[in-house]
Design a protein around this ligand. Structure first.
Ligand code: 3PG
Ligand code: MG
Length: 408
């Protein structure tokens, strides 16, 4: 973060009375209007509070879900703004649009130290447009609401979007405390990580993880793979996977990775047993889980978690690690019958922390998983608020939302 203007620098320059636009990542899981995990809102509070306490007029912009560039009440940030107000312990104004009349009125009414949240920035087609001109035109309207910009939405810094990227080119800008903290931790994973360095990857799609696997095969000591993506690896090993998730077009790539792991001396560990069911349990079907060898998944079954032997082996492989990065659940942890693998990995990470190692939980789903399963947040070295963003950082990609802050 060498040359970036930090939040502290910005505050030291004086923000009292100034309108500061803060891009936060408030993309939280909702059940109707009920927030089921407020981790990202809590993580966004310190930067907003610091600015408010310094007398800034804080204007928060954020997205929720992936609406199609037009207002959609199902994706309103209103409940999120209410939760932010509770956490801040102060009133938070809410604008019913992002850059329209309501936004201007709301911002004009802010007093020094006041906080407002603008409606979902993705209700505007310009936000996510691939066309630089369209994005720029929208960024102009966002920038008109503020005197300075603070980039604090770590979960979106890999997105070249108007409120993340283009707006920073239009206003004096600083890196927020959350983004700064996230980058500092990720740097410890990439610059001479303390060894053994173990990476655990899960989640449903192997195609999302190819870049990071590619990069980690040269860096990690052990790579443990579970979750839906594991079946493409099992297929690459020559096993049948029944009705499990499978990305046929990635089988060959997985085969290459298995070979590269051998060549480079990285221990790539796959489950040896799997919890399967014949139907994906939904409201009207009760799970009937069965444990089968990973090499013998019946044709009518789908894998929904790593099995108990694998969970023990994964925990064993994590024991004694000094650095761990984990992204992606091992199974369908939302259903208790398929939560054990994810629980075992989470538990093993807490033991790494207890032994003084660095354990990092990367990303939305895994972060929500550890909280849903009842683990204490401080049992981990760091719980990242960004899944895609942390993976792209570890892939060695340039993150547009960080890069843009480097040019002043
Ligand atoms: C996330 O939830 O991963 C971030 O908020 C980014 O959202 P996106 O993947 O829809 O850009
Ligand atoms: Mg994402």
């Amino acid at each position: 973060m060498g040359d970036l203007t930090t939040l502290d620098d910005l505050v030291a320059q004086g923000v009292a009375g100034k309108r500061v636009l803060v891009r936060s990542d408030l993309n939280v899981p909702l059940d109707g209007a009920t927030i089921t995990d407020d981790g990202r809102i809590r993580a966004s509070v310190p930067t907003i509070r610091t600015l408010a306490e310094a007398g800034a007029r804080v204007v928060v912009t954020a997205h929720l879900g992936r609406p199609k560039g037009a207002p959609d009440p199902a994706y309103s940030l209103r409940p999120v703004a209410a939760r932010l107000g509770e956490l801040l312990g102060r009133e938070v104004a809410f604008a019913g649009d992002t850059v329209g009349e309501s936004a201007h009125e709301t911002v004009d009414r802010l007093e020094d130290g006041g906080v407002a949240v603008l409606e979902n920035v993705r209700f505007n087609a310009g936000e996510t447009s691939k066309d630089d001109g369209e994005r720029g035109a929208f960024a102009d309207r966002l920038a008109a609401l503020a005197d300075a910009f603070v980039s604090d939405g770590f979960g979106v810094v890999h997105r070249k979007q108007a409120s993340v990227y283009d707006v920073a080119q239009r206003l004096p800008h600083a890196v927020g405390g959350l983004v700064q903290a996230e980058i500092e931790v990720l740097r410890r994973l990439t610059v001479e990580p303390e060894r053994p360095y173990v990476v655990v990857l899960g989640g449903s799609k192997v195609s999302d993880k190819l870049g990071v696997i590619d990069n980690l095969l040269g860096k990690a000591d052990k790579l443990l793979i579970g979750g839906g993506m594991v079946f493409t690896f099992l297929k690459a090993q020559g096993h049948e996977v029944g009705k499990s998730l499978l990305e046929e077009d990635q089988v060959e790539v997985c085969r290459e990775y298995l070979q590269r792991a051998v060549d480079s001396g990285v221990e790539l560990i796959l489950p040896t047993d799997v919890v399967v069911d014949t139907t994906f349990p939904s409201g009207d079907s009760t799970p009937a889980p069965q444990v089968v060898p990973a090499s013998g998944i019946p044709a009518d079954s789908l894998g929904l978690d790593i099995g108990p032997d694998s969970a023990r082996a994964f925990a064993g492989a994590l024991a004694g690690a000094r650095t761990v990065f984990w992204n992606g659940p091992m199974g369908v942890f939302e259903v208790e019958a398929f939560a054990e693998g994810t629980r075992a990995v989470a538990q093993a990470l807490t033991e790494v922390t207890a032994e003084g190692g660095l354990s990092v939980v990367g990303g939305g789903d895994s972060a929500a998983a550890v909280r849903t399963l009842g683990f204490a947040e401080d049992a981990f070295g760091h719980i990242s608020t960004g899944g895609g963003a942390s993976l792209e950082y570890l892939e060695g990609k340039v993150l547009p939302g960080i890069q843009v802050l480097e040019d002043n």
